[in-house]
Design a protein around this ligand. Structure first.
Ligand SMILES: Cc1cc2nc3c(=O)[nH]c(=O)nc-3n(C[C@H](O)[C@H](O)[C@H](O)COP(=O)(O)O)c2cc1C
Length: 328
């Protein structure tokens, strides 16, 4: 039987299937089911920067540090006391009970005072920290480079205060993603998660109101991830890539590993199919490796990335013309 062990962010995982940050990972009990199904690691549900700041100084109640006064009421309703303590207990509880890496997650939009709190997560036993940097940039006067600085600052500031590895969960919206990942890799980030799937607004034309699009992904959503994993894994070597979005089954897992991902994160498929899909993915990976004669994951990881395939244009613009020319 093939050996599925994987090193991600310097941590030893028994296989490359990681459960994404979500409601699936917000309690010790729920995580027990994911561990039983064979998950290689879990990323805990995110703690929000606002929740940490609330705990630090209650400043949001006074409106300090919040650019939009209307947001204060929302944040007041959203955050409650002891959330941070509960989060630390979640980390401790998981580490006491389970023998897999536990990655804590913070959703942030600045590199400010919350950063010191990362130390408490480390002290509680988190094996690594995943930072989900989420800002929707709508200011026409801010250059992209200015906006990107936030990512490097977050990465640097957090890496300065903790000894555990740090990864950054990215969205797809960068004009030069390869450059951004390269800069992150030299500013303290050991891994990138590509990609977060942001909340997507929609419009109900009958009710003339705002709605949100489907929360869960479909397997077709995986292709954008596949392209960028293949390109980034070739161009930036000193960073681990955790593929995320649309990875619903064992085949998708294998494709992402071939493209160069170190791990694949799964969320929607577990919501849809239950934790058993983790077991199925691991079994599929093992049987495929046996069939192909691979003993370990590193024997084939990245074998189909941008630099290894004979036609790298398949991941690029050249393919665009061929793709559409079939449809007259
Ligand atoms: C219900 C739900 C809750 C989520 N909560 C978080 C979260 O707290 N932090 C985070 O970084 N991502 C969160 N995500 C995003 C997932 O971690 C993941 O990146 C996204 O769903 C894409 O992966 P998928 O296609 O496997 O679902 C959430 C997703 C869902 C569906």
């Amino acid at each position: 039987m093939a050996n599925l062990e994987t090193k991600y962010l310097g941590l030893n995982l028994k296989n490359p299937v990681v459960v994404s940050s979500s409601g699936l990972t917000n309690s010790v009990e729920k995580i027990g089911k994911l561990v039983d199904a064979g998950a290689g690691a879990v990323v805990l549900k995110s703690l929000f920067e606002e929740q940490i700041n609330h705990e630090i100084n209650n400043s949001i109640y006074k409106g300090e540090g919040v650019d939009y006064p209307e947001a204060i009421d929302y944040i007041k309703g959203y955050t409650r006391d002891n959330e941070v303590g509960d989060y630390l207990n979640l980390i401790k509880g998981c580490k006491e009970k389970y023998d897999i890496p536990v990655i804590a997650s913070i959703n942030c939009f600045s590199a400010d005072e919350w950063v010191d709190f990362a130390q408490q997560m480390e002290a509680a036993g988190a094996d690594a920290l995943e930072l989900n940097v989420f800002v929707v940039n709508t200011d026409k006067n801010i250059e992209s480079a200015e906006y990107e600085k936030l990512y490097y600052e977050v990465s640097k500031n957090v890496a300065k205060v903790v000894n555990i590895p740090v990864s950054i969960k990215l969205g797809l919206y960068f004009s030069n993603l390869v450059n951004v990942v390269n800069k992150l890799s030299v500013s303290g980030t050991q891994g990138v998660v590509m990609f977060n799937r942001f909340y997507e607004p929609d419009i109900d034309i009958n009710k003339m109101s705002m709605t949100s699009a489907e929360v869960l992904s479909s397997s077709a959503d995986m292709r954008r991830t596949l392209r960028w994993v293949a390109i980034v894994s070739d161009k930036v070597q000193n960073v681990d890539i955790s593929a995320s979005t649309g990875i619903h089954d064992g085949e998708a897992l294998i494709k992402q590993l071939l493209a160069g991902a170190t791990t694949a994160q799964v969320c929607s498929s577990i919501y849809k199919n239950g934790p058993k899909v983790i077991t199925e993915m691991i079994e599929k990976l093992g049987s495929w490796m046996d069939e192909k004669g691979y003993d370990k994951v590193s024997d084939f990881r990245g074998a189909m990335n941008y630099g290894k395939i004979t036609e790298p244009g398949m991941y690029e613009r050249a393919q665009f013309m061929k793709y559409f020319s079939k449809y007259e």
